[in-house]
Design a protein. Structure first.
Length: 466
């Protein structure tokens, strides 16, 4: 069973937009320099390539074509403006960092934005109107009969009718749990009851039947309809409705229904890992600089290793070694048991004010989160992510109740929703778990970016970590 992304389904719009980008770039150069002006083809080609790449990156990152056929005129205009605004802002940012404003005209970028918004919007609307005409022309050949319960029928009719580009034309409805021949639902006649369903299919033109009913009911209808040669579409709402983030997948040739707290798309996984690698490389460079400054201070204040290594529990129970700058005395773990009575967290985490195990420089490093920087190595190795849930120690994990394990459904992170929600004020472990579950269920790349920016702000102002 294959699953298609919005990009693969809308390859026509992708090609159309690429043509628009090329045309808009040429028009932007003509508007800026005029016809017949001398052109540096090296700069022309490199700037053109930059805009094409930025366009494709934003298409990949933002799922620009998701629901494109259901968007109205205003929503489409907003989407086109947003898309081209992102291209313009990214292009100007690249030019700024490359210090290439002398070679790459910013005015060309502005003209490109204007032309691309206008042409892209008009061509998308024209393409959708063409598809709508083609769809209406072929509708008479694909007649559908809906079979459902009374409680579902009206909502289903509305949902099926909203999609203007459908190849199907809803001809009638069979209500399974009432006798209502002759009634109408949203202008579609209720033409039959269950008893007369097969006679109706036999005597009328029915290309396909849409079934939404329980398994016992479905089995009664499916076999007869199948042997009558009618194509049958089955809604899986009764199967998937109670399962979170349920999807259809293929496991070694076997079709299965998969449910999880969250199932990131391939695009989300690729982007998150790319962010982790880039962030990990930058973070390790910063770690080296921090080590040069604070490494000798740690050694002077507390003889021992500069780095602290501890086994933690990661995604789905995997064990790994986490690395930090050592901010405590070497016997800190041995003294933890005697300090448990001072623990201000209610639950399976340890935290206390004025921890006597922390060395003098350790207080500053913890307040500014500098002690966490070696964990960028864990991020680069794939044991952790930039954003996730904080990994518990082994002894904390062993005390977990069953529902606590949900916070390990993803890779642990350097920061997370808990950290940017006032972590110094949250003392209930159950509240931490709920915040972690909220992050996992609502995961998206834009949320990760927001959490990273909030974390940077919190670190800069020195709020949160103690």
């Amino acid at each position: 069973m294959r699953q298609y992304s919005s990009r693969s389904k809308h390859i026509d719009f992708i090609i159309l937009d690429l043509f628009t980008v090329e045309l808009s770039f040429v028009l932007a150069n003509l508007a800026r320099f005029g016809i017949g002006a001398a052109v540096d083809y090296r700069i022309f080609a490199s700037m053109n390539l930059l805009l094409v790449l930025l366009h494709l990156v934003i298409v990949f990152a933002a799922e620009c074509y998701s629901g494109i056929l259901r968007r109205g005129y205003l929503k489409e205009l907003k989407q086109v403006v947003f898309h081209n605004g992102a291209v313009l802002a990214s292009g100007l940012l690249v030019i700024f960092f490359l210090q290439a404003s002398a070679q790459y005209s910013r005015l060309v970028m502005v003209y490109f934005f204007i032309f691309d918004v206008i042409i892209m919007y008009l061509l998308r609307i024209a393409r959708k109107r063409f598809l709508l005409r083609v769809s209406k022309r072929h509708r008479d050949g694909r007649k559908m009969l809906l079979v459902a319960y009374r409680a579902d029928a009206e909502a289903l009719v509305k949902e099926l009718a909203e999609y203007n580009y459908s190849d199907f034309n809803l001809e009638g409805i069979c209500i399974l749990d009432s006798n209502c021949v002759g009634e109408r639902i949203e202008e579609v006649e209720v033409v039959t009851t269950r008893k007369e369903l097969f006679e109706y299919v036999k005597e009328n033109v029915v290309d396909t039947v849409f079934l939404k009913c329980r398994e016992d009911e479905r089995k009664k209808l499916m076999d007869t309809l199948y042997h009558m040669g009618v194509m049958v579409h089955m809604s899986l709402d009764f199967v998937l409705g109670d399962l979170p983030h349920a999807t259809l997948q293929n496991i070694n040739g076997i079709s299965v229904i998969t449910a999880a707290m969250h199932q990131p798309t391939t695009r989300q996984r690729v982007m998150k890992r790319a962010m982790d690698i880039c962030g990990g490389l930058v973070g390790l460079c910063c770690t080296g600089l921090i080590c040069l400054v604070f490494g000798p201070i740690i050694k002077i204040q507390s003889p021992g290793p500069i780095f602290f290594k501890q086994q933690r529990v990661g995604q789905n129970g995997r064990r790994f070694n986490i690395y930090k700058f050592r901010s405590m005395y070497p016997d800190a773990e041995a003294r933890k048991a005697e300090l448990m009575k001072e623990n201000k967290m209610s639950g399976h985490m340890f935290k206390m004010d004025n921890d006597p195990r922390i060395i003098p420089i350790g207080h500053f490093m913890r307040k500014t989160s500098l002690d966490e920087f070696p964990q960028f190595f864990n991020v680069l190795m794939g044991d952790m992510s930039l954003v996730g849930t904080r990994p518990p120690t082994v002894d904390e994990y062993e005390k977990y109740e069953l529902h606590h394990r949900s916070r390990l459904a993803i890779k642990p992170g350097l920061t997370g929703l808990w950290q940017v929600s006032g972590r110094s004020d949250i003392t209930d472990f159950e509240e931490v778990v709920e915040l972690d579950k909220k992050y996992i269920r609502g995961f998206c790349i834009s949320q990760d970016i927001k959490i990273i920016l909030k974390t940077v702000w919190i670190v800069l102002v020195g709020r949160g970590a103690k």
